[in-house]
Design a protein around this ligand. Structure first.
Ligand SMILES: NC(=O)c1ccc(NCc2ccccc2)nc1
Length: 250
């Protein structure tokens, strides 16, 4: 049986996660039990009449923080529920920037607890005591950690063997790690007077492979040259890139 990914999420808005459990590849992963997702809502761990989940910041200032007691109780319940000593991750703009390498690193954990903050975040002492790793999906502030958590879950689910059927996994394989993707084309053969590149109609699979690789290399050079500095290109890749550069009219 393939190693399933067990995820516990701590969130005030658990229904948001239907965005991944009810649609597409991640829905199928849940149905196949390759991805198991359970939510824990701090509001269910309150004891006051108003079920308070936010609290005022010491030192004053605008905004609120997540109230400590219900949050910690929910984190503890999630850790116990997911079992197998899960890695506890907090999504915040202060975290390590997530990229595909970070996704690969996080794929080593078969069980995770993701803490989705709301308001201005959580008490620093909770981060120190209960959180193993802090991650960010990018340099921007959102209304909560739920969307970042779903982004991370989606990316991690795709790393679980069996989640990507042959169709999709072929797509992943064609994608050379660390490069941008090549252009894609489908019917009609001519669109607004623009024809599909003839090599793609040639049926010559090695020419097509080379064209796609060259396009990926060229695009990466043009749009994200800094990605190339981390890559050790093969002789073929270097040759294709050099040819692309030579043909490129700046
Ligand atoms: N860039 C991200 O990954 C991200 C994560 C969470 C978030 N908002 C919730 C929050 C706000 C402030 C402090 C901690 C959490 N916005 C963006």
């Amino acid at each position: 049986m393939a190693q399933a990914l067990q995820v516990g999420v701590v969130s005030l808005f658990p229904d948001m996660f239907q965005a991944i459990t009810e649609y597409g590849v991640t829905r199928r992963a849940v149905e196949q039990q390759l991805l198991q997702l359970h939510t824990w809502n701090p509001r269910d761990f309150t004891h006051d009449k108003h079920r308070t989940v936010d609290d005022r910041p010491y030192g004053g200032g605008p905004g609120m923080l997540m109230m400590v007691e219900p949050l910690r109780a929910a984190i503890a319940a999630a850790k116990e529920g997911v079992g197998d000593n899960p890695r506890v991750i907090y999504l915040s703009p202060q975290g390590k920037k997530l990229d595909q390498q970070g996704v690969q690193y996080l794929s080593q954990f078969s069980s995770l607890v993701l803490v989705a903050g709301r308001y201005e975040g959580i008490d620093e002492r909770v981060i120190e005591a209960d959180i193993d790793e802090e991650w960010s999906i990018g340099d921007f502030v959102l209304s909560g950690g739920e969307l970042p958590a779903m982004v991370m879950i989606d990316a991690l689910a795709r790393q679980v063997p069996g989640v990507l059927g042959h169709q999709d996994s072929a797509a992943e394989d064609s994608f050379v790690a660390g490069l941008l993707d090549c252009p894609h084309y489908t019917r009609p053969e001519t669109l607004d007077g623009k024809k599909v590149p003839s090599v793609l109609l040639s049926g010559n699979h090695d020419k097509i492979r080379q064209w796609r690789l060259q396009q990926a290399l060229g695009r990466t050079w043009l749009r994200r040259p800094e990605l190339l500095t981390d890559l050790a290109l093969t002789d073929e890749q270097q040759r294709l890139l050099d040819e692309f550069k030579a043909n490129y009219q700046l």
